[in-house]
Design a protein around this ligand. Sequence first.
Ligand code: C2E
Ligand code: CA
Ligand code: CA
Length: 503
Amino acid sequence: MIVLVLAPVVFFILATTTGLLNHFSVLSHSHVIIDALLLAFVVAAVGTAVYAYRRISDINREVERRRQAQAQAHSFARHDPLTGLPNRGFYTERLQSVLYRLPPGRFAAVIVFEILGLRLVNDARGQYGGDIALIEIAEGLTHVVSSDMLFARMGGDNFAIVIPDMESIDEAARLARIVAGAIGRASFAGDTAGSLAACVGVAIAPDEGLDADTLTRRAELAMERAMRTGRSSICFYAKEMDAHIERRGEIERALRAEISGTSIVPHYQPLVALDGDRIIGFEALARWNSPTVGPVPPDVFISVAEECGLIQDLGDRLLRQACRDAADWPDDMILAFNLSPRQLKDPALALRILSVLRDTGLPPRRLKIEITESAFVGDITLARKIIEELRGVGVHIALDDFGTGYATLSQLISLHFDKIKIDRSFIRRLGQDTDSEVIVKAVIGLARGLGLVTLAEGVESASQHGSLRDAGCMQGQGYLFGKAVPASEAAAMITATKEHAAA
Ligand code: C2E
Ligand code: CA
Ligand code: CA
């Protein structure tokens, strides 16, 4: 438009000032104006064409740029940025299309696995070390996964492989073994092999589901079972796993409804000094006989409470009740109380325990907190801080189930435990295999060297009792001395023991 207006004006000025009008004296001013307009038209047409061409190129460039950005965004949205593998969303889409196209008489498989041990890598080498390990694992496994399969990162330490078309389910079993083996042998960034492991769950289509979500959920249920079975385990989905989930749902609903009632109470199991078999105190063990779902074992409802965020509330209530009961016992009786790993992630825990002690009047020196090694997976700094706060006011700390986890000697020393409770799996095998005997004796010797008290869990027979006492174990707990009983029976046991001692 600007060209259209300016061109005749410029032409007219130039023509006048350069004497062009004089040169073409025959021409009148009006001819010049017409020529100027014609020229302007030509210039404008050319200008417009050039302009239009440029605009179209710009638009094309912009369209291409946007298309590429969109493709990139699409790819980012479908891939895990760390490993470059398809993410969960893309996996679900592809699995669904695999399941639609599954030919009759053929099978497809979903293999999901979680890598164990990465948290320890993070602790030792920082987040960056953990990321490198994940990238190396993903790269290593792409060599065992063939091109027609789908290999995806589902999030965190979880991965999935889809086998789209199999003749027999043996192929899935074979690949699951290869994956578990490869991760068990993996060494990365100069680490020795064996620090990582994978727990693998497998579900098979069409029998176990023909929609992506169901099949994945079932493979994940199988993986959870594998995790409970042990490192490097492989589990195939079985129908009762769904029943297990249903039962957990019922337990959760009942727990929410009954948590502030009176159906969950602490019972007390005696702790005995092995030199003279005196009762020195009791371990509080939670018992729940629910009016709606019946009796539920504590390890089950404690883990449900952890998962659904009720553990603080439940733990506080149980501790308050246990401290109230223990405050009525003689002053030399201790109360051992279990803290779940999740509770040790709460920075206000020590304060809350102290306020319960203050309210109930139980002296802190009579409380022994029991913690398992799994509490130190993850944020060990916070767990250490809580332990130090509690120790600072005189509460004692015991390491529970010793021998079942991965606590190192240096961790034990640095965390300043007062007591080690040797797990009952070692005590059960005493007298049956020499390894357990050697381990138990070594632990007792080690603990003595570090100035720690030792307690043997699960003492059931007189012969176990005898071997433990001979090995120098200081305390014991188990059915031989008594099961967990309600508060009133514990009080009666104390009275009977005192009367016996006096006699
Ligand atoms: P734990 O802390 O290792 O408790 C000892 C478990 O061993 C108890 O199981 C006890 O009944 C059992 N036990 C004791 N003596 C023997 C024996 O001679 N033989 C056999 N076979 N077993 C014996 P229980 O009461 O079923 O508790 C299981 C777990 O649940 C506990 O293991 C503890 O980790 C957890 N738990 C129980 N009460 C609480 C609680 O109030 N809070 C938290 N956080 N956890 C709790
Ligand atoms: Ca315990
Ligand atoms: Ca224990």
